[in-house]
Design a protein around this ligand. Structure first.
Ligand SMILES: Nc1ncnc2c1ncn2[C@@H]1O[C@H](COP(=O)(O)OP(=O)(O)OP(=O)(O)O)[C@@H](O)[C@H]1O
Length: 632
């Protein structure tokens, strides 16, 4: 039933490491290391410096320790009585202990420096990501491609950015350890280097294969995990709880959930079996290669190319390098794939920087006397037909106008365009004669209060739910809040809350209170009024309110003195609420088809008159003789 979820639209790089050749992977690793190094450098220079120094010193200690071990062996394999040989080996033995202790300390230093840098990178990336996405222009958010990219960057890029520092450090340490042991072997005898290669190639090949099998499986596993998350979320989500129970849909969802988790368990077992088989093959091949290596080593010893002690040292070095190599291969797969996601995140952030609203010195006027739209056209991204098609109108301060029309006719779009939230693609929107596209966007937004039909239910206190319209959660003007709550009928709602203004409005948190849809609508109107902006947009604000509250709000918004200094735009499908507006614009397919007062439009007998008459007929009593009077 949910096969379309098999392949996540954002799972762009899943399994990329499994597709890439080993050469491609190796070629990319230096660039990745440099990129992550730059991120770390920007986040904390001192800790990054300490990290690099500790990492290099720790690798050097591994190599010195190995050299010292070879010296110990040389002393022990020398001529003479055993106690003398042991005494002779003692300084080198102490050097081995010293190197091991120093390496332990340096590894501790690496972890400490990593602990300093990683959270800083994470915080910096996350803050920057949210700041950029929260500020891009509104029309960008409507673009489904941008939305996909943002989701992917958040879900994948930020997630892997948290892990990649540790992985790159692991990669560097495995690589340095490998280079160190190779260096020691070449000092012992240059012919030992090909022997090292011979012994590590089968182990490396087995590690590559099992890492790839894991990555192939990961892709499939990941798609299943997403589907499981959908079902878990539906079963847990408070907003879905009532419908789930009334539809008695829990069992169906649980069954699907069970089916999916069983598939994941199967996938897990298969992967485990495949890995075990690969590991066995790798170990067998590795054992054979080791046999060949040791035979060659023996031949070198017999031929006198190498002293016995150096031969023993070579065995030690080969074993150390095998474990470093396995670590290197495993972690380079992870780094390769995860770096793609981090790259994607950084590229997305770069794109967002170019999508922010314009900033300039021309600020919007503090009071807006007129808003004029001339032949304004606006089409949403990816849509062929414009949502607004050559719309012209003029609004004046002190006026309350209404936008009415069928669903999808362009009312909300027009309100957003005149408020400077969307830029007209054709035509002009002028505030007091100046094109809004020449004004600083944020200063324009500060002059507009928007109340939407489906307002954001901020999980904050009742007071913060109002003050957020002025861009703050903590600074409040109590009298202004009280006035706004009174005008929006939210006062009674707040009075009924256990901690009044301080009550948390969310049932997701302990002590929080859940409001009804109508109560939320009153809070939203209060929020709009609290802003005291010169432009007020009310987009079906009372659709879920009871009749007395609706009446109270229209009294406050349309008929009080408050409206004198502002331009009020009301969008409503309940035409009874717009009869008192100074002008009513009727929208149809993105155009204004009628405009005038209620009476003028009724006299016109067009679209408005027929909608109004239809709606009013619903209020007629069936009594008969008074029918006409009720509609008037
Ligand atoms: N964010 C969006 N992205 C893409 N298309 C959109 C978006 N919002 C609206 N539209 C489309 O633009 C057209 C006009 O929508 P708009 O919301 O302005 O209509 P409306 O008159 O306010 O409708 P309603 O009465 O249903 O609220 C519709 O065809 C709608 O599908």
């Amino acid at each position: 039933m949910v096969e379309e979820m098999e392949e996540a639209y954002w799972s762009l790089f899943d399994g990329a490491a499994a597709q890439a050749t080993v050469r491609q992977m190796l070629a990319r690793l230096p660039k990745i290391a440099r990129q992550i190094g730059q991120l770390a450098w920007r986040a904390d220079r001192n800790a990054t410096r300490a990290l690099i120094i500790c990492e290099l010193a720790s690798a050097a200690m591994t190599a010195f320790g190995l050299m010292a071990s070879v010296s110990v062996l040389q002393a022990l394999f020398a001529q003479g009585p055993t106690p003398d040989r042991v005494w002779a080996a003692l300084p080198q033995l102490l050097a081995v202990v010293g190197c091991l202790a120093a390496r332990g300390l340096l590894e501790g230093g690496v972890s400490a420096a990593q602990a300093q840098v990683t959270p800083k990178i994470r915080t910096a990336l996350e803050t920057e990501f949210l700041s950029l996405t929260a500020h891009v222009r509104l029309e960008v958010v409507d673009n489904p491609d941008w939305h996909d990219e943002a989701y992917r960057a958040n879900d994948r890029g930020l997630f892997y950015a948290r892990q990649i520092i540790g992985q790159v450090v692991d990669l560097a340490s495995a690589m340095l350890a490998l280079m160190g042991t190779a260096g020691v072997l070449s000092v012992l005898h240059p012919a030992l280097l090909p022997l090292l290669l011979l012994s590590v190639v089968p182990v490396g090949a087995a590690a590559v294969h099992s890492a790839r099998a894991r990555f192939h499986s990961y892709k499939r596993y990941n798609a299943l995990q997403r589907r499981v998350r959908v079902f878990s979320w539906l079963l847990l989500e408070p907003d879905a709880a009532a419908e789930l129970r009334s539809d008695t849909a829990q069992r169906a969802l649980l069954e699907e959930h069970h089916r999916l988790v069983s598939k994941i368990a199967e996938e897990d077992t298969q992967l485990g079996m495949r890995s075990a088989a690969l590991a066995l093959a790798g170990r067998t091949a590795g054992g054979l290669a080791l046999g060949v290596t040791y035979t060659a080593l023996g031949a070198m010893l017999i031929a006198g190319w190498l002293p016995l002690a150096a031969g023993a040292g070579a065995v030690l070095a080969i074993q150390t390098s095998q474990s470093s190599l396995k670590r290197l291969i495993n972690v380079s797969h992870l780094v390769y794939e995860h770096a793609m996601w981090v790259d994607d995140l950084l590229a997305f952030q770069q794109r967002c920087r170019k999508l922010t609203p314009r900033q300039n010195d021309l600020a919007a006027p503090p009071t807006v006397k007129t808003i004029t739209l001339r032949d304004v056209t606006y089409a949403y991204p990816g849509r062929d037909t414009p949502a607004l098609d050559r719309v012209s109108l003029t609004l004046t301060s002190g006026e309350a106008v209404a936008f009415v029309g069928l669903n999808g006719s362009g009312k909300s779009t027009c309100a957003r365009v005149l408020a400077g939230l969307y830029d007209a693609q054709d035509g002009t929107v002028c505030w007091d004669g100046v094109n809004v596209q020449e004004m600083d966007a944020q200063s324009v937004h500060a002059q507009v209060a928007c109340v939407l039909q489906d307002p954001v239910r901020f999980p904050f206190s009742a007071l913060s739910n109002l003050t957020i319209s002025t861009g703050t959660l903590t600074e409040a003007d109590p009298q202004r809040a009280l006035d706004a709550a009174r005008a929006s009928c939210a006062e009674q709602v707040i009075a009924g809350l256990p901690h009044q203004w301080d009550t948390l409005l969310s049932k997701r948190f302990r002590g929080g209170r859940q409001l009804s849809a109508g109560q939320w609508a009153k809070i939203a109107v209060g929020r709009g009024l609290y802003k005291k902006a010169p432009v007020l947009l009310l987009d079906e604000p009372t659709a879920s309110m009871d009749p007395p509250s609706e009446h109270g709000i229209y009294e406050a918004v349309l008929r009080s003195d408050l409206r004198q200094d502002r331009i009020t735009v009301l969008i409503s499908h309940r035409l009874a609420s717009v009869v008192d507006c100074d002008r009513i614009y009727v929208f149809d397919e993105g155009r204004i088809v009628e405009a005038g007062t209620h009476q003028e439009l009724m006299d016109l007998g067009g679209a408005y008159a027929s909608m109004f008459t239809l709606q009013a007929s619903g209020y007629r009593t069936t009594a008969g003789p008074d029918d006409e009077a009720v509609c008037a």
